[in-house]
Design a protein around this ligand. Structure first.
Ligand code: CU
Ligand code: ZN
Length: 188
């Protein structure tokens, strides 16, 4: 009888120990995955808001694909025609006119250019074209930007300009005032 009781107590302890050990291992596994997620970002999102006196809104997604980052931008509230669009250095949208975002994101110290060339600021996205209803769609694979490392765009901002980026004038493309902006964050 004594032996049975001892075995039972042992069994209860064993079950308790095993389940709590499994629990803490699960917790550790969860923590490990969270830490890993911070280093392997595969999607980013930028919600676009108007600067003071403008009505431009929209969403831009950046998704890691083979050979680069797929950019999909949908904006509305623009005047019809071409508008310069860039990733700017700072994710700071505190200034009403967008100037707090700084200049074009340029970690490799290159000159301003077209998104289809390699000699360009990392932030050069070219132009987005709005129709007569003020709606614009842009979609391409960017071979320069990334979501991790030195050329990571996370924490930077996107600026949409009033005018066209000529892809020549240094260092801005002469695209004019900033009509909309948003901070680039890690996407789900
Ligand atoms: Cu810009
Ligand atoms: Zn530029």
């Amino acid at each position: 009888m004594k032996q049975i009781r001892a075995t039972l107590i042992l069994l209860v302890f064993a079950v308790f120990y095993t389940s709590s050990a499994a629990q803490s291992m699960n917790n550790m596994k969860g923590m490990h995955m969270d830490a890993k997620d911070l280093h392997i970002v595969t999607k980013a999102v930028c919600v676009i808001y108007p600067t003071q006196g403008n009505n431009v809104t929209g969403i831009i997604t950046f998704t890691k694909v083979d050979g680069g980052v797929r950019v999909v931008a949908d904006l509305e509230g623009l005047t019809s025609g071409k508008h310069g669009i860039h990733i700017h250095e700072y994710g700071d949208c505190s200034a009403a006119d967008g100037t707090s975002a700084g200049g074009h994101f340029n970690p490799m110290a290159k000159t301003h250019g077209s998104p289809m060339e390699s000699m360009r600021h990392e932030g050069d996205m070219g132009n987005i074209v709005a129709d007569n209803n003020g709606k614009a769609h842009l979609e391409y694979v960017d071979k320069e930007i990334s979501l991790t490392g030195l050329t990571s765009i996370i924490g930077r901002s996107v600026i949409v300009h009033k005018g066209e980026d000529d892809m020549k004038t240094q260092p801005t493309g002469n695209a004019g005032a900033r009509v909309a902006y948003g901070v680039i964050g890690i996407g789900k």
